[in-house]
Design a protein around this ligand. Structure first.
Ligand SMILES: CC(C)(COP(=O)(O)OP(=O)(O)OC[C@H]1O[C@@H](n2cnc3c(N)ncnc32)[C@H](O)[C@@H]1OP(=O)(O)O)[C@@H](O)C(=O)NCCC(=O)NCCS
Length: 160
């Protein structure tokens, strides 16, 4: 499956409506988050249907960190790497904003945890935990990840 991921302008009502629809269908048990701040993306299938979304806000605790606040993929489109794409766009955005860290949490969510691991995130324990007692906390140094990728590219280049 091919997807197009687009950063959207939350001042436009039509995008907020799509984000509310996606939140409702991807996270039916959760109260939809109000879309009034931060950076948001919508993923579209080849036929133009919105099928996934992701949000990023500035961390309320650390000035050099972004918080990956929410993401979801419609059930029929899961398992095709879309969440990882939605993590990648937020890593790129964090670098552009000069945020050194991306942080997030998961609760009873092995699929999300596996996507985060695949994208280089590591578990950690924040000094001030903000979620549930049984939540897991994740962080990634976005600049260290780029440095590592570049040195791996150079190494592969030499070997070829
Ligand atoms: C979590 C979610 C966003 C994943 O989306 P996705 O596009 O299917 O994710 P990806 O295809 O990029 O990757 C999912 C990873 O988890 C793995 N996975 C999928 N289901 C799994 C499960 N039940 N248990 C363990 N791992 C699982 C996949 O194999 C994949 O790992 P891999 O890269 O090593 O193959 C999607 O399942 C979803 O929207 N769930 C409901 C909403 C939600 O939980 N949102 C996140 C919290 S806000």
């Amino acid at each position: 499956m091919k997807f197009t991921v687009k950063q959207i302008d939350i001042r436009k009502k039509e995008y907020v409506t799509i984000l509310m629809y996606l939140q409702k269908h991807c996270l039916p048990g959760d109260k939809p988050m109000k879309i009034d701040r931060g950076h948001w993306w919508i993923a579209y299938a080849e036929n133009g249907k919105p099928v996934g979304f992701a949000g990023l806000t500035r961390s309320s605790q650390w000035t050099n960190a972004g918080y990956m606040c929410r993401a979801g993929v419609l059930p029929e489109y899961q398992g095709h790497g879309l969440q990882k794409k939605l993590i990648q766009v937020r890593i790129q955005k964090a670098r552009r904003l000069n945020w050194e860290w991306l942080i997030t949490d998961t609760t009873n969510n092995p699929a999300s945890a596996n996507s985060l691991i695949a994208m280089g995130f590591r578990m950690y324990m924040p000094s001030v935990p903000w979620a549930w007692k049984h939540s897991n906390y994740w962080r990634l140094n976005v600049f260290a990840k780029r440095k590592k990728e570049r040195s791996e590219e150079r190494r592969v280049g030499k070997e070829c």
